[in-house]
Design a protein. Structure first.
Lengths: 96, 458
């Protein structure tokens, strides 16, 4: 279930992207964090205990919103702009 | 004007933009580096693409200031070298390392103005890493920049002017605010009356936010002590104490914070001397009222120089720009300097009143339980930190970091260092300044391992 609730910007163009293999749609001007969390409720599992995380500061400071692209790049969701066709994965495996 | 001058400004918020404007007006061409996509900083953050909301929708009573600042930045745009989406990750003697788009390069500068702003000051409580818990600033950005509420039933918690502002902005935007939980007693707010003569606009605006929240039926509670977030995989409720009585409220999101903390890493790397600021409960770069640091040619302005708010940041940015010009032998408008310094001093006096009205939750470090997570990156509990202090005689923050990894994770202490200092000082019965401050290590934020140096192939 979505974590974030859209209150505005409904009129903007849809931006298609892929999340964990499924076709999804965001809006022009979305960050990757917004695009993902308007569909689901987590971005990654914490490195050690594997508890879910969904970002925190939304201004590039806390580093708790990293997700993966299909080619294995790590991107900071809150400060990355959603682009059409992005193939994104939430981080489902803890590091250790 | 000398072509040899190459000022670098870090940050394009209120302080950075006013500093840039001041230098441009004197005929200089500063470099402005900013992590965001566009100017405005966090407080006046812009949307990534326009939508059908007005500046009034986005910035409320501050719409005029936001629009003016954005307008100034647009006007000087082609008279500066502007690097958006760019991170200054290291500063040395007259050179800074800047990463953007997977590449990094070294920029030489003649002078440096740091306008790096602030983030929410965070104190952990049980469940603070649960999805649906965001900082107050994060909750505000979700709304302003992204047009999203952080949930369907949102609780705002903490202390600071931002608590009421964000709650009010949410209500105005049509979100459901389940409660505002203020950790300060109601009596603290009476201090605001002392601020009426000097800053009536600010005080009355704050009172209006609170009154409108209550008029719309949002419960506002005072003297709250957060206990825990309920819910394993996302927020389902919040439990708090009020006069030792427990309360519970169902909600699906919590925005919280306890005022702000300065971003000071670059000042540290630049070699600036730090002083302890009792009001901010933090070490900050030493500076004069003009923003001169202890390092010649390095200036600092805005919340990164100590918390003073957006209005002060604009004034301080301009003042730092003028200081740079003065120091390079340019004749500046003395009358303007007098006005800027008088206004900055007035805001500084008003900060004491704000601090009394929105106090830090005293005693937090004594009460918080051992099993609460202190460091969200490395997942170190408060109990583990306390054990290191007790068993290994840790009495200083960097030693705590070395032994427990608190502050060594990806956020480099941005989220945990304030809390760690409070815990350490309380456990040892020492004043906060005695436990020191975390040293900065470059890069100040994570860089991809494969980042390419300019002029080399990846």
């Amino acid at each position: 279930m979505a974590l974030l609730k859209r209150l505005a910007r409904h009129e903007l163009l849809p931006v298609p992207f892929i999340l964990n293999g499924e076709a999804r749609s965001g809006r022009a001007g979305d960050t990757v964090l917004t695009a993902i969390l308007t569909h689901t409720d987590e971005l990654r599992l914490s490195d050690f205990s594997g508890t879910p995380r969904a970002g925190f500061c939304q201004m590039g400071a806390c580093q708790d919103c990293w997700v993966l692209t299909s080619d294995g790049q790590r991107i900071r969701a809150c400060s990355t702009v959603l682009e059409p066709g992005m193939n994104l994965r939430t981080i489902a495996e803890p590091r250790s | 004007m000398s072509d040899a001058l190459r000022p670098l400004i870090v940050g394009a918020g209120p302080a950075g933009i006013r500093a840039a404007q001041t230098l441009v007006d004197a005929g200089l061409r500063p470099i402005v580096v900013d992590e965001a996509a566009s100017g405005g900083g966090q407080i006046y953050r812009q949307r990534l693409v326009p939508d059908n909301r007005t500046p009034r929708d986005l910035y409320g009573s501050e719409a005029g200031k936001a629009t003016a600042l954005h307008g100034t930045f647009a006007r000087i745009r082609d008279r500066i070298e502007y690097l958006p989406h760019s991170l200054v990750w290291n500063v040395g003697d007259k050179a800074a390392d800047v990463a953007a788009g997977g590449r990094t390069r070294r920029l030489d500068f003649s002078h440096l103005i740091l306008a790096t702003g602030a983030t929410d000051r965070i104190l952990p409580f049980r469940g603070w890493t649960t999805p649906g818990v965001f900082t107050l600033g994060g909750a505000q950005i979700a709304l302003k920049s992204q047009g999203c509420a952080i949930g369907e039933q949102v609780v705002f918690l903490g202390s600071g002017p931002l608590l009421y502002l964000v709650a009010w902005q949410y209500v105005k935007a049509g979100a459901r605010v389940a409660a505002v939980l203020d950790t300060a007693p109601f009596s603290a707010k009476l201090h605001l009356l002392r601020g009426l003569p000097s800053q009536p606009g600010v005080v009355l605006r704050g009172l209006r936010y609170a009154a409108e929240l209550m008029a719309r039926g949002v419960p506002v509670r005072f003297g709250v002590e957060p206990d825990r977030i309920e819910g394993e995989t996302r927020v389902e409720g919040i439990v708090w104490r009020e006069r030792s009585e427990k309360h519970r409220l169902a909600c699906d999101a919590v925005g919280y914070g306890f005022a702000l903390r300065s971003e000071t890493q670059l000042a540290d790397l630049a070699g600036c001397r730090f002083v302890f600021d009792g009001r901010d409960r933090a070490w900050r770069p030493e500076r004069d009222i003009a923003g001169r640091t202890s390092v010649s040619g390095v200036y600092i302005a805005g919340d990164g120089a100590g918390i003073a708010g957006a209005d002060a940041a604009e004034l301080a940015g301009e003042r730092a720009g003028l200081a740079l010009l003065e120091d390079t032998g340019v004749t500046v408008d003395r009358a303007r300097i007098v006005v800027l310094e008088r206004r900055l001093a007035a805001i500084n006096r008003f900060r004491d009143i704000l601090e009394a009205a929105f106090p830090f939750p005293g005693g937090w470090a004594d009460r918080v339980d051992d099993d609460v997570l202190l460091c969200r990156c490395e997942e170190i509990s408060i109990g583990q930190a306390r054990a290191a202090m007790r068993e290994q005689g840790v009495h200083e923050l960097n030693r705590l970091k070395a032994l427990t990894r608190v502050g060594m994770g990806r956020c480099q202490g941005r989220m945990c260092a304030c809390a760690a200092a409070e815990i350490l000082a309380a456990a040892r019965g020492q004043p906060l300044e005695a436990v020191g401050r975390m040293r900065t290590q470059p890069p100040i934020k994570p860089l991809p391992l494969e980042i390419a140096a300019d002029g080399e192939t990846a």
